[in-house]
Design a protein around this ligand. Structure first.
Ligand SMILES: Nc1ncnc2c1ncn2[C@@H]1O[C@H](COP(=O)(O)OP(=O)(O)OP(=O)(O)O)[C@@H](O)[C@H]1O
Ligand SMILES: O=P(O)(O)O[C@H]1[C@H](O)[C@H](O)[C@H](OP(=O)(O)O)[C@@H](OP(=O)(O)O)[C@@H]1O
Ligand SMILES: [Mg+2]
Ligand SMILES: [Mg+2]
Length: 337
């Protein structure tokens, strides 16, 4: 298991010069559970134009090509079976139609690795089901505990929300998040609720999650097959009891922890900045890859403020934006040795 990130863990094996490319391709392919090819790997990709631009940057394409990995754009206007042949299909498109196309293709070509299976992606496209697998993972002896904030799904009448929150015993403040994540900006419209009555202004379907004070830093744990990369991002600041008493209403907030909000080089309180323990991340990653059936995802984790080792998973994202940099890390590591 390789941990790449704030604290880079370099493997100490040296690539054999004579078939370096194959070994490095092996790193990439076996790490992702892909078939290892001795010659080249054809990766068909189906992404939005925005994602293609952010993911398939020249550096990645060139590096991959040097290692026998070729990316070929899938023409979404033509039958998938008329294209290829592919060894891998890498995709991040939403909607039933694409899911069906991919399921039919998997039936016909079971030998092609689909990163990742549409049903597994659908599971993490819902903010309730995405976190369900986290709570029953046995992490004893992994130097920490990992939970999920108490949360409540609201699908019906917003006027029922205040009573539903009382009944569920949720404690304010609460973070309101659209229930479905579909790549749209709308699915990232989050709000912070300081009082119960204002909750009836919200717009279901949504999930209400208890806000956990965490020192204003979130750990984004990127998982690419067997590789893990952790980065720190700025997050919402803690909310103390006085602020809670003096504030009322529901406030929408921007995407506070996006790529531009890197906290990796910030001067932070070490007790806040300390990365989650590696054994914890390795076990969590291994278990979630297996339970979610995913190879490409990230986990957003926060440390409960005032504790050393009590973490919460607040979000899981499929094929997040920074994947290409980690692919470069994985493809590139032997050259860095
Ligand atoms: N339960 C929580 N307690 C404290 N802060 C939270 C909680 N949930 C979300 N946040 C804050 O809101 C930010 C965004 O939350 P979340 O990651 O769930 O939204 P998102 O739209 O899925 O974001 P992205 O997919 O870009 O990571 C988090 O990075 C964190 O700063
Ligand atoms: O900070 P990053 O680049 O990891 O942010 C991700 C974000 O966490 C989500 O994964 C986004 O995907 P959706 O949830 O489907 O919107 C990513 O957007 P994408 O267009 O790159 O897939 C962000 O990059
Ligand atoms: Mg997040
Ligand atoms: Mg998310």
């Amino acid at each position: 298991m390789r941990l790449i990130g704030g604290e880079e863990h370099k493997s100490n094996e040296q690539p054999e010069n004579e078939n370096e490319s194959n070994n490095e391709q092996e790193e990439f392919t076996l790490g992702l559970g892909l078939p290892h090819q001795s010659t080249r790997l054809v990766v068909g990709y189906a992404l939005t134009s925005k994602k293609t631009k952010s993911f398939l940057q020249p550096k990645l394409e060139n590096l991959a090509r040097n290692k026998g990995i070729v990316f070929v754009a899938i023409d979404q206007s033509r039958p998938l079976s008329d294209q290829g042949p592919f060894d891998v299909i890498l995709h991040k498109l939403f909607g039933k139609q694409w899911r069906q196309i991919l399921e039919d293709y998997r039936e016909k070509y079971p030998e092609v690795t689909v990163l990742d299976p549409p049903s597994a992606i659908k599971h993490v496209s819902n903010r309730q089901s995405m976190l369900q697998d986290v709570t029953n993972i046995n992490l004893c002896d992994c130097h920490g505990k990992v939970g999920v904030p108490k949360q409540l799904v609201i699908t019906e009448d917003p006027l029922s929300i205040p009573d539903a929150v009382t009944e569920a015993g949720l404690v304010l403040p609460l973070v309101s998040k659209p229930l479905i994540v579909d790549g749209s900006a709308k699915s990232h419209l989050l709000s912070l609720a300081y009082d119960q009555l204002s909750l009836s202004k919200l717009d279901p379907p949504l999930v209400l999650q208890e806000f956990v004070n965490h020192g204003g830093v979130v750990f984004k744990v990127y998982i690419v097959g067997e590789a893990i990369k952790v980065v720190r991002r700025f997050s919402l600041p803690d909310i103390n009891k006085l602020e809670l008493l003096n504030n009322a209403g529901v406030f929408r907030f921007p995407r506070v922890s996006c790529a531009a909000a890197s906290a990796d080089d910030a001067d932070l309180d070490p007790s806040v900045a300390e990365l989650p323990p590696r054994p914890l991340l390795e076990k969590l990653s291994r278990e979630l890859r297996q339970r979610l059936g995913l190879q490409l995802f990230n986990i957003d984790m926060i440390r409960e403020h005032g504790t050393r080792d009590h973490f919460y998973v607040i979000d899981i994202n499929y094929f997040p934006g920074k994947w290409n940099f980690f692919l470069i890390d994985i493809l590139n590591i032997p050259q860095q040795l």
